[in-house]
Write a protein that binds this ligand. Structure first.
Ligand code: MGD
Ligand code: MGD
Ligand code: SF4
Ligand code: MO
Length: 691
């Protein structure tokens, strides 16, 4: 029998709606939903190739020396329950770390963080947001008081200027590029791009600020300097809605356009042109991505952007705003619903006594952990801490819907931690690089087998519907966590029979979600949170009258330039940038088995400028060894003027020769996010003496 199910794309945060046509529990066809943008990109059209892939995990597995053997759910969960209890009793709850996940539904994130905080009793829970947009969250929390996008996706096409910083929309959010940014361009609106690479959006930009990697603060501060000097500020907005202006004004005095030119390589004239356009055009939407966040100064980079939009009053009105464009389908949910070591559901701090009381009451527990937990970038390396060193040594890891054995920086270190940890559980849909280290592997099911909700990158909540029943013995993540909670003696905390039972508790836990019901989300309807009651239409534009800070005002945060953790020198003369390819997705578990995608990009590559290639006698397609202070890989050369001389680029998706063997795990002290975007490297053409 043929069935059609309306659900949400499992890839990026743009949240395109898709109709899955199924027959006998098999996805036969994927089509766009015939309302709204009617958009699907090639990854989405091919979802059946990963959902039905024969390599899917379909049974729980336990380690048997160097192999795995199949087991029952009951046995697998008994092992996990007893090992976690044992480690908790012996070493304390903070000796266990939990990771996951931007692929979970809101309901799954909620039950997961509740399990970690109540049954285990630790805040050591983190998600992929750590290595992604947490710098944005930190900067936004300190300036604005909340961390979501302030405008909607649709407003991007109707603003007057799109300012794009360290973000590659054609590759990463095709819907935003083809349906919003290009539409804006066709309507005659302006685009400014700040990126070290000549991306496709840079090619259509009115002003392209091609900066040296890691030099965004000088450029953005210099734009602020020009806007203040030429009196292009929005004085009324600054007086009525902000605080800290005088401090900002003093701090940017030294950032003249000429000073910024020296550091960034962008001409002073271009910086002045960009500042004038930004400040005089009327409406600006600012979009930013990983090029801003994945630096040791990621939080400060984002603050420099926020300062600009506050100076010019580009927030709190229709068709203006700030857009930290979230990457994974539900990474916005992962952080908002509390898969973070310092955050309870609804962006409430775990250290806030009111929030503590609220959640103790809601969950009917006597105590909750009050101390902020460790981040994944801290607890993974802490596995290797010496006994008695005073460092919180980690003994067990539970990793669900993440693949740190490919995605974290400095993989030689991370893989050693995964190898040495006393007990490792991995809950995934495939036998990932991380799962290969596990003691127990649990088979989860995919988006196509799930119900629940995701939060789109612009705060819109959307409903998933299961198109097929779970393959093999795989189960939705929420059911797995519920079963484990019951096994560990806390059935009372997990009384849910369906996803919607969990959603009803989320509506009680988070006032901004209270008005959103599954019924209101049917037929592809999306509701922008906050939506405090059932009659509320949702909130497309945020901060129209005040900011959610104690003063009700947004705060200017002055920031200063710091050089990256590694700069090129004689031995390591190149700066390596890492990022994304259009045909693969993160650690490629859900793209590498898709023939259409694999044919387009079949292997790891290195973009290099023709001048550098000529110097090393490298031709397009040659094998090139890339070496950093931490590791080496061999990549295929792609000779292109998209990168500037001295700077090379590699995507991070590939399981063979993964670039994260090379990348630097130096962390931003405020966000604990690694500096994926800057690594000093040397290169060598394979079979050549020229180094
Ligand atoms: N096809 C595809 N789509 C994806 C993903 C995927 O893996 N594949 N992943 C999803 C996820 S999780 C995320 S977070 C988003 C990420 O989306 P993006 O943020 O767009 O992703 P990146 O390619 O990592 O980096 C963006 C840009 O930063 C630039 N950049 C590098 N270094 C610097 C620098 O020092 N300064 C500045 N200003 N820019 C710099 C790069 O040249 C690149 O163009 O994409 C999502 N969508
Ligand atoms: N060098 C470099 N490294 C980077 C980046 C970079 O720009 N450069 N970007 C970073 C960024 S922004 C991110 S977000 C991270 C991503 O890092 P990860 O989150 O570790 O990578 P993913 O491949 O998205 O991992 C998702 C995992 O969930 C599994 N999965 C899919 N659906 C489900 C489900 O429904 N349930 C369960 N249980 N599992 C599921 C997939 O098989 C996969 O193993 O990578 C980071 N790493
Ligand atoms: S733009 Fe993103 S959400 Fe839309 S179809 Fe492509 S990957 Fe899926
Ligand atoms: Mo991400």
């Amino acid at each position: 029998m043929t069935k059609e199910t309306l659900t949400v794309c499992p890839y990026c945060g743009a949240g395109c709606l898709m109709v899955l046509t199924t027959e006998n529990n098999y996805i036969k066809k994927v089509s766009p939903f015939m309302k709204g943008d009617k958009f699907l990109c090639p990854k989405a059209v091919k979802v059946a190739d990963f959902v039905h892939n024969p390599k899917r995990l379909t049974k729980p597995l336990v380690r048997d020396n160097n192999t795995f053997k199949e087991t029952t759910w009951d046995n697998a969960l008994n092992i996990i329950a007893s090992r976690l209890s044992e480690i908790k009793d012996k070493h304390g709850p903070d000796s266990i770390g939990f990771m996951g996940s931007g692929c979970f539904t809101n309901e799954e994130i909620y039950i997961y963080q509740k399990f970690v905080r109540t049954v285990i009793g630790t805040n050591n829970i983190d998600s992929c947001a750590r290595i992604c947009h947490i710098p944005s969250l930190k900067a936004l929390m300190r300036s604005i008081g909340s961390a979501t996008m302030s405008n909607t996706m649709d407003e991007i096409e109707d603003t007057k200027l799109i300012f794009i910083a360290g973000y590659n929309p054609e590759v990463c959010h095709p819907r935003l590029y083809f349906k919003k940014i290009k539409t804006a361009k066709n309507k005659g609106h302006k685009i400014i791009v700040m990126d070290p690479r000549m991306t496709s959006v840079a090619k259509i930009a009115d002003i392209f600020l091609q900066i040296r990697p890691g030099t965004e603060i000088p450029v953005l501060n210099a734009m602020a300097n020009v806007i203040i000097k030429e009196n292009l500020i929005d004085e009324r907005f600054i007086n009525n809605r902000t605080e800290g202006y005088e401090e900002l004004k003093t701090s940017v005095e030294k950032y003249t356009p000429e000073f910024a030119e020296n550091i960034s390589g962008v001409s002073a004239k271009l910086i002045i042109d960009a500042a004038r356009l930004y400040a005089t055009i009327g409406n600006v939407v600012t979009l930013w991505g990983m090029g801003m966040t994945q630096h040791i100064c990621g939080v400060d980079n984002v603050s420099a952007l926020i300062n600009l939009l506050l100076l010019t009053g580009n927030i709190g009105r229709v068709n203006t705003g700030l857009s930290p464009v979230r990457g994974q389908n539900n990474v916005q949910g992962a952080s908002f619903i509390g898969a973070l070591p310092d955050i309870f559901p609804g962006y409430k701090y775990v250290t806030d006594p009111d929030a503590q009381e609220k959640f103790k009451k809601l969950w009917a527990v006597e105590s909750l952990p009050t101390k902020e937990g460790l981040t994944s970038t801290e607890f993974l390396p802490n596995v290797l801490a010496e006994e008695g060193s005073g460092i919180n040594k980690i003994r067990a890891l539970y990793i669900a819907g993440e693949n740190p054995a490919l995605s974290q920086a400095n993989l030689n270190l991370i893989r050693r931690a995964l190898m040495e940890v006393d007990f490792l559980v991995v809950q995934d849909i495939f036998m990932t690089e991380t799962a290969k280290f596990a003691d127990v592997v649990l088979p989860a099911c995919t988006f196509a087998e799930k119900a629940g909700t995701y939060i789109r990158l612009d705060r819109a909540v959307q409903l998933l519907n299961p198109a097929i029943s779970p393959l093999g013995e795989s189960l939705p993540d929420w059911k797995i966590i519920k079963m484990l909670g019951h096994k560990m003696g806390h059935a009372n905390l997990f009384p849910y029979n369906t996803e919607s039972d969990i959603w009803e508790e989320i509506r009680k836990a988070i006032p901004d979600m209270a008005g959103i019901t599954y019924e209101r989300l049917t037929d592809g309807n999306a509701i922008h949170m906050p939506c405090p009651d059932i009659c509320h239409p949702g909130t497309p534009v945020k901060y129209t009258d005040k900011f959610p800070r104690p003063s009700g005002r947004a705060l200017f945060v002055p920031v200063n330039y710091r050089p990256p953790a590694e700069t090129p020198n004689e031995e390591y003369p190149f700066t390596l940038i890492t990022g994304r390819d259009a045909y693969h997705y993160n650690t490629s578990t859900i793209t590498r088995f898709v023939p259409y995608l694999k044919q387009r990009t079949d292997r790891a590559y290195l973009q290099i400028h023709p001048k550098d290639a000529a110097r090393y006698e490298i031709l397009d397609g040659d094998d090139v060894e890339v070496v950093s202070r931490r590791g080496k890989v061999v990549l295929r050369a792609s000779v292109t003027e998209e990168v500037m001389p001295g700077v090379v680029f590699a995507p991070f998706h590939f399981c063979e020769d993964p670039i994260n063997l090379v990348t630097n795990n130096a962390l931003d002290p405020l966000s604990k996010t690694p500096e994926y975007k800057i690594t000093a490297i040397k290169i060598r053409k394979i079979d050549s003496d020229i180094t």
